[in-house]
Design a protein around this ligand. Structure first.
Ligand code: CA
Length: 233
């Protein structure tokens, strides 16, 4: 990528916002910012941005709502949430709305820049493949369009969900651990305990789409003590 990556920073606290603008400008980004939720939502829609960094607690419209709306209109948009508390509930809620990742406040700048770059690297290095994937007898998914079919039912995926499926499909001869998924799909060098929840949440969302009966998975299998796998073709 020769041009500068574009980032939108939505943060209502002026000191944090100007700090973030400086940091990402310094790191070579073209930065836009918004100081409240409504302005953030309007700017995010007008984009395009390589990444939207969303504070959760915002006047006007909160970060969760912006994330939900953005994901409705653009399943490819990279989104990172800044959560005030790293409670499991906030994290799970944000990820279930389709955020790619979250960073808990107070954050270290180095950590935040790492996370942003990891999400962008994923978006760049693994663009949707052209080949349709067959998962089991009656499921087909298309990494290019992020659509699929189970029988007659139309399925939609986020880019991250599709990345997980593509990775498991490419390694369907074995189980893939949550740590490996975090490393290869999310781009994290080291997986922290809470982050493995991120993988579980994505797997749960995929199962709701892929499995007729999520309590007895037949497509996206759990291998006890080893991780997850798809049945070999
Ligand atoms: Ca705030």
């Amino acid at each position: 990528m020769s041009s500068k990556p574009r980032i939108l920073i939505v943060e209502d606290e002026a000191a944090i916002r100007s700090g973030l603008i400086d940091v990402f400008t310094y790191h070579g980004f073209k930065v836009d910012s918004a100081a409240d939720g409504s302005d953030g939502w309007h700017k995010a829609q007008r984009g395009p941005y390589d990444l939207v960094l969303l504070d959760v607690m915002l006047p006007g419209m909160d970060g969760f709502e912006i994330c939900r709306r953005l994901r409705e209109t653009d399943r490819e948009q990279a989104i990172i949430l800044l959560t005030a508390r790293s409670t499991d509930e906030d994290v799970i809620h944000g990820l279930s709305l389709g955020a790619d990742d979250y960073v808990a406040k107070p954050f270290s700048i180095a950590e935040l820049v790492l996370r942003v770059n990891a999400v962008l690297r994923r978006a760049r290095v693994l663009p949707g493949g052209a080949t349709q994937l067959e998962l089991g007898a009656d499921i087909r998914v298309d990494p290019g369009t992020l659509q699929g079919r189970r029988g007659d039912e139309l399925l939609s995926f986020t880019r991250r969900e599709m990345d997980v499926l593509q990775y498991l499909h490419a390694h369907s001869e074995r189980a893939v651990s949550r740590e490996e998924l975090l490393h290869k799909v999310w781009g994290y060098a080291n997986a922290l305990a809470l982050e493995t929840r991120t993988v579980d949440i994505h797997i749960a969302k995929l199962r709701r789409k892929l499995e007729p009966d999520a309590t007895t998975p037949r497509v996206l299998l759990t291998v006890r003590g080893a991780g997850y796998r798809l049945p070999p073709p």
